[in-house]
Design a protein around this ligand. Structure first.
Ligand SMILES: CC(C)(COP(=O)(O)OP(=O)(O)OC[C@H]1O[C@@H](n2cnc3c(N)ncnc32)[C@H](O)[C@@H]1OP(=O)(O)O)[C@@H](O)C(=O)NCCC(=O)NCCS
Length: 175
């Protein structure tokens, strides 16, 4: 797979926080210790984020979470990306999830988040970026097409795995 995404040019490079001069939105890469900022953005996620899972995600190498904030500092979008490696292939970046608050959609926030994540992928020397979405998710498909991503025909399968807590772990975070 070649490079998939076009890079969106954002000002303020190099600080981990990028300001989009057009909209006044800020995109910030979350690091270890940023749990509270992620928890404060909980309404953007499918489920309320769990503090332990947030910490675990933020600590894992190659796991990226970017938050978008409006000019008032309110979180209005996020994207997560995970670097995937393989013995015979260059590392790639999977866009795990992206969401923008309904009130802030169609303003380029997802485009800006994907542009920032692409910069992360480039900095990590990954070969390309890929994402899976449902064919009837018109907004997501329009967003990925608009940044120049190519649709790749594929069938997705998944199956369940009985989860057993490792020694010392409490409860099943997926239940
Ligand atoms: C998909 C989603 C993240 C897009 O966020 P967004 O900030 O509104 O997207 P943008 O404003 O950056 O739009 C990007 C492009 O897609 C187009 N687009 C966005 N939503 C659209 C819609 N509902 N119908 C048609 N086109 C749409 C925009 O017009 C824009 O095109 P352009 O560059 O030619 O002008 C948002 O709709 C969302 O959060 N959906 C629910 C969560 C979801 O489905 N996530 C995807 C999981 S894979």
């Amino acid at each position: 797979m070649g490079r998939v995404w076009h890079v969106v040019d954002l000002a303020g490079r190099g600080s981990g926080v990028r300001q989009n001069p057009v909209m006044g939105y800020t995109i910030a890469a979350m690091g270890a210790g940023d749990h509270d900022r992620v928890l404060a953005a909980g309404a953007l996620f499918d489920n309320p984020p769990n503090r332990d899972l947030v910490s675990d995600f933020l600590r894992r190498p190659g796991h990226h979470l970017l938050l978008a904030f409006d000019p008032g500092g309110v979180p209005i979008g996020f994207v997560t990306g995970v670097e995937v490696a393989h013995p015979d292939k260059a590392t790639e970046l999977l866009v795990y999830e992206i969401a923008v608050a309904e009130s802030d959609r169609r303003r380029g926030v997802a485009t800006a988040l994907l542009g920032a994540l692409t910069e992360v992928a480039r900095a990590a020397a990954t070969r390309g970026v890929w994402v899976v979405t449902e064919p009837d998710n018109d907004a997501a498909c329009a967003t990925y097409r608009s940044i120049g991503a190519r649709p790749v025909p594929a069938v997705t399968f998944d199956w369940d795995v009985a989860w057993r807590p490792s020694s010392g772990a409490e409860g099943d975070p997926h239940r």
